[in-house]
Design a protein around this ligand. Structure first.
Ligand SMILES: NCc1[nH]cc(CCC(=O)O)c1CC(=O)O
Length: 310
């Protein structure tokens, strides 16, 4: 019997996600044993600067990928939205299970919705994507950077002068918090989710056929296709840095994919938003990206990268 070793960051959410995947794999009833190996990443160590300044995506994955190359672990469970658009050579996403709620959750101390918050209220987030979209709707609010895991942010929200914070609904739900702590589920029209938000990406070595085969059994085709469209958009526009970019795709009744993409300036004053419908995820992602870049989103992105010194 093969023992499969799964690498995980030690945060509460990472462990919950890893255990969720292990349960899914165990329920297949195959003869495997599973063990979790904790891995500390650079993103877990750096807590004092905004993520966008220290390299954004990839920060949570490098050490995990090294452990995979070294054969220390066989599988790694990632939040899809933390994965860079390009997966490291020799590794692959073996499964994208069914997506959790992709929306952002607005949590205010008063219980008020985003539109009802008094002018000058302080909203905590460390995501340029969220802050740009909040400021686009409510330029009268103040954004204050906040870091830490879900529990830390919820505590800081109450204790450190914030009026509200924004977190991914998926993380809150997976971590076992009740919907009642959420003041408002932000509609994708108000705050378009991050590429891959709410989905997990399960990484493995390409040449480990046994694991590739095993993971394919917990893949969800619909989630895989929609997330692939979002990631194709990300891949075409980005080049590895943290900018106010959002992408969210859904499946239509006729089987086509509808992909909405957004690129904004950090102050929310300039927003490019496009929806495109098609069959092939990779082509529509590329197409929507090229369209937006041509319409002027390229200048916005270049400006952001310059300001962040990327
Ligand atoms: N960048 C942090 C991160 N990466 C994945 C999640 C959880 C939700 C998900 O799977 O998208 C979160 C927390 C958050 O954004 O509130």
């Amino acid at each position: 019997m093969r023992k499969i070793i799964i690498g995980s960051r030690k945060s509460n959410l990472a462990m919950i996600q890893t255990n969720w995947v292990i349960d899914r794999l165990k329920s297949l009833g195959l003869d495997y044993e599973f063990e979790i190996k904790e891995i500390v990443t650079k993103g877990d160590k750096i807590l004092d600067v905004t993520l966008s300044k220290v390299g954004g995506k990839g920060l949570f994955v490098k050490e995990i990928e090294k452990a995979m190359y070294d054969g220390e672990i066989d599988i790694a469970v990632h939040s899809m939205k933390d994965l860079p658009a390009v997966i490291a050579e020799g590794l692959m996403i073996g499964a994208v299970p069914e997506r959790e709620d992709p929306r952002d959750a607005f949590i205010s101390n008063s219980g008020q919705a985003l539109k009802d918050l008094p002018a000058g209220s302080v909203v905590g987030t460390s995501s340029l994507r969220r802050s740009a979209q909040v400021l686009a709707k409510r330029p009268d609010l103040k954004i204050q950077w906040i870091r830490g895991n879900i529990e830390t942010r919820l505590r800081k929200c109450r204790e450190e002068g914030f009026d509200a914070i924004i977190l991914a609904a998926a993380g809150i739900k997976r971590a076992g918090w009740k919907d009642e702590i959420i003041s408002e589920f932000l509609d994708p029209k108000t705050c378009l989710p991050a590429v891959g938000q709410g989905a997990l990406g399960i990484e493995c070595r390409e040449d480990d056929k046994e694991i590739v085969d095993l993971l394919s059994k917990i893949n969800n085709k619909d989630t895989e296709r929609t997330v692939a469209a979002e990631r194709s958009f990300l891949h075409t526009v980005e080049g590895g840095c943290q900018v106010p970019i959002a992408g969210y795709a859904t499946l239509l009744d006729d089987g086509k994919i509808s992909l909405t993409a957004l690129i904004a300036s950090p102050d929310g004053q300039t927003v490019f938003r496009e929806t495109i419908v098609g069959d092939d995820p990779v082509s529509i992602g590329k197409e929507v990206a090229e369209k937006m870049l041509m319409q002027g989103a390229k200048e916005v992105l270049d400006q952001v990268k310059e300001e962040l010194d990327l």
